[in-house]
Design a protein around this ligand. Structure first.
Ligand code: ADP
Length: 340
């Protein structure tokens, strides 16, 4: 690409366009101000000089002398006008350069948050497409392989169908998670008095079967405490933490749920004895699509790395805070700080 083409491309960028708009505004103000200043400054020069005869009759030689002075004054006024104009032109040339620098800096500053938001959106779309592609490829490949076989027994067909159903379920979970993340969270939510014991019991319903299947004991020690929250969102948030606790726990371990009143907050903790989180993964676990090392967390079946980002989003909506303490190979404690 030639230098000229690069400049033309740059001129078409939003930064250049916005900088040009800012510069146009600065120059419009500078030029208008200069015109007004010039007009105001030269107005007294343009007033006709009082004729000496207006005051008293003068002898002829004095009149000649006066007209010479007047001519001289007009020459000087002309020079002063020209000098003022040249100075104002220089001031405007200076304003053009300084204004260009300021406009560029302002344009970059104004566009940075928009650029960052767009980058995040592009990243989100690319990550989401990547995640969607995996189950779709698996579905396509297994179906193609089955189709190529000359004969399919009833057992093979049933296996294929249940595999397809499992992959479709994954796709549904993923699209639900994506929709959840894209939900507008600026809408106000209704708050009411919520009994955290009842909400925890409701949330536990969603994981009892998988916990039983892994022989995991759930010890619910949550007390009857009332907080101002949104019941459905709190249940959804607890559901995510509980599902993770089960997912990352080894069989025959225990998941404990405890509550504690601390000042004007209620702390609700989900404690597991699972694989724990490595300190190097800790800063990223709430990021979208982040999954810790697959070999530790149970391979592809572990999820899409969206659960905790949804949990954090819900926590923000109900004015709660999530914190986590974890030791690898010992377990993790996720605590919700809920406002009373
Ligand atoms: P995923 O679908 O992978 O579970 P999450 O956003 O829910 O996605 O979690 C992000 C990562 O945080 C997980 O991949 C896992 O490594 C880690 N993690 C979350 N909860 C736990 C937990 N209770 N025990 C151990 N690791 C956890």
């Amino acid at each position: 690409m030639t230098r000229q083409q690069r400049i033309l491309l740059w001129l078409a960028t939003p930064t250049a366009k916005l900088a040009a708009t800012y510069l146009a505004i600065i120059m419009l103000m500078s030029v208008s101000f200069s015109i007004i200043l010039y007009q105001v400054s030269v107005r007294p020069f343009d007033r006709p000089a009082p004729r000496s005869s207006q005051f008293m009759p003068l002898p002829r030689d004095r009149m000649v002398f006066n007209s010479q002075i007047q001519q001289e004054l007009e020459v000087r006024f002309g020079e002063a006008r020209r000098a003022l104009m040249i100075q104002l032109i220089w001031v405007n040339i200076g304003a053009l350069f300084v204004g260009a620098g300021i406009s560029y800096a302002l344009a970059r500053r104004s566009l940075r948050p928009i650029e960052e938001a767009m980058e995040a959106q592009t990243q989100f779309i690319s990550d989401a497409s990547h995640e969607l592609r995996t189950p779709l490829t698996v579905l396509q490949t297994t179906n193609e392989v089955a189709l190529r076989k000359s004969k399919l027994s009833i057992r093979d067909t049933k296996n294929l169908i249940s595999h397809n159903i499992a992959e479709t379920q994954k796709l549904r979970d993923l699209s639900n998670a994506l929709l959840e993340l894209l939900k507008d969270d600026s809408r106000p939510i209704s708050l009411s008095s919520v009994d955290i014991q009842a909400t925890t019991s409701d949330a536990l319903q969603s994981i009892v079967t998988i916990a039983q299947a892994k022989n995991i004991t759930v010890d619910n020690e949550v007390k009857r405490l009332r907080i101002r929250s949104n019941e459905l969102l709190l249940e959804q948030l607890l559901g995510i933490l509980l599902a993770n606790a089960v997912k990352y726990s080894r069989p025959t371990t225990t998941i404990t749920l405890v509550s504690k009143k601390v000042a004007d907050k209620v702390h609700l903790s989900v404690i597991d004895e699972g694989i724990g989180i490595h300190p190097s993964d800790m800063p990223y676990i709430f990021q979208r699509f982040y999954r810790a090392d697959k070999s530790r967390t149970g391979g592809e079946s572990s999820g899409y790395g969206l659960g905790l980002s949804i949990a954090e989003k819900i926590a923000r909506r109900i004015h709660a805070n999530i914190s986590v303490v974890s030791t690898p190979d010992e377990g993790s404690t996720f605590t919700l700080e809920l406002p009373e």
